[in-house]
Design a protein around this ligand. Structure first.
Ligand SMILES: [Zn+2]
Length: 287
């Protein structure tokens, strides 16, 4: 049986799994697979975790083989995110290379149904799929056709952060846009001109809040493209601006401050003496 299942190791290795056993029941071959890695990255904060939270089996319909239906029974583990600042408590390991989220079939099976549906439409595709041993219905074919591939799905960011970044420090700058809710960069482009930034923003009307630096260009871009969006200065730039201004002020006032400090020292000494003197004189006076 292992020789017949030649390609299975390669397919499973893409998602960090290995073959455990295969079982034939009637017309169905079930292939059981388990994990080879002991840790996984959290999809929200990207920190690695090895703390196991639980496990479950996900059954995926694969393309048929030798007149038999093939089902992959993949053990999927849940991990506990160890990052105290992360909104996710637990997460399941990612097997997206094998099957899309919530899908009950592998990507290869889904691709086959999609191709059939695209060529023939729902009913005819379902009939041909049945003849080829791909268990499906017209509804499933149509659903598969409507499914937009995940990589082509346009992000609909709501809260973004925008900042410049140095391609070559001091010479060439680009702009980076981060989806602050999903915590991932969604766009990077050369230059930081308001017009280019505004064009990108106009194509993303889902944006409600923009966190930015205090320079004019990005603010202008938001004003042009998304006048209803709320603009906030991000904390890093506020603190950075404050620090720069305090530094500049101290530098400018340096000579006066030094002079004032000397005067304070001098007057402290004098005052101190006067204080003793006056107290003494008061005492004398009272005698
Ligand atoms: Zn996390």
């Amino acid at each position: 049986m292992r020789q017949v299942l030649g390609g299975i190791d390669r397919i499973l290795a893409r998602v960090g799994k290995r073959f455990v056993s295969s079982d034939v029941q009637g017309e169905t071959i079930t292939i059981e697979a388990r994990g080879t890695v002991r840790r996984a990255p959290c999809p929200a904060c990207h920190s690695w975790s090895h703390r196991l939270h639980g496990r479950y089996v996900r059954k995926l319909e694969e393309r048929p083989m030798l007149e038999q239906r093939v089902v992959l029974a993949i053990e999927v583990r849940r991990f506990k995110c160890m990052n105290a600042n992360c909104p996710r408590r637990t997460f399941a390991e990612n097997i997206h290379a094998l099957a899309g989220r919530y899908q009950r079939r592998t990507r290869s099976q889904a691709r086959a149904l999609h191709a059939l549906g695209h060529a023939l439409g729902g009913e005819a595709a379902a009939r041909l799929a049945d003849a080829l041993g791909l268990r499906t219905s017209a509804d499933t074919v149509l659903r598969e056709l409507r499914r937009v591939p995940e990589r082509k799905r346009k992000p609909r960011p709501r809260v973004i952060g925008i900042d410049d970044w140095a391609i070559a420090r001091g010479h060439q700058y680009g702009t980076i846009i981060v989806d602050l809710e999903r915590r991932e960069p969604i766009e990077v482009f050369a230059g930081r001109e308001a017009i280019a930034v505004a064009a990108w923003m106009r194509a993303h009307p889902s944006i409600e809040i923009v966190a930015r630096d205090r320079a004019g260009a990005y603010s202008e871009a938001v004003d042009i493209a998304l006048p209803a969006a709320k603009q906030v200065s991000d904390r890093w730039h506020l603190v950075s601006n404050l620090r720069d201004n305090v530094e500049r002020l101290l530098y400018r006032l340096g000579p006066q401050l030094r002079q004032a400090a000397q005067q304070v020292n001098v007057s402290k000494v004098t005052l101190g003496r006067q204080g003793i003197l006056s107290r003494n004189s008061q005492r004398h006076g009272s005698v």
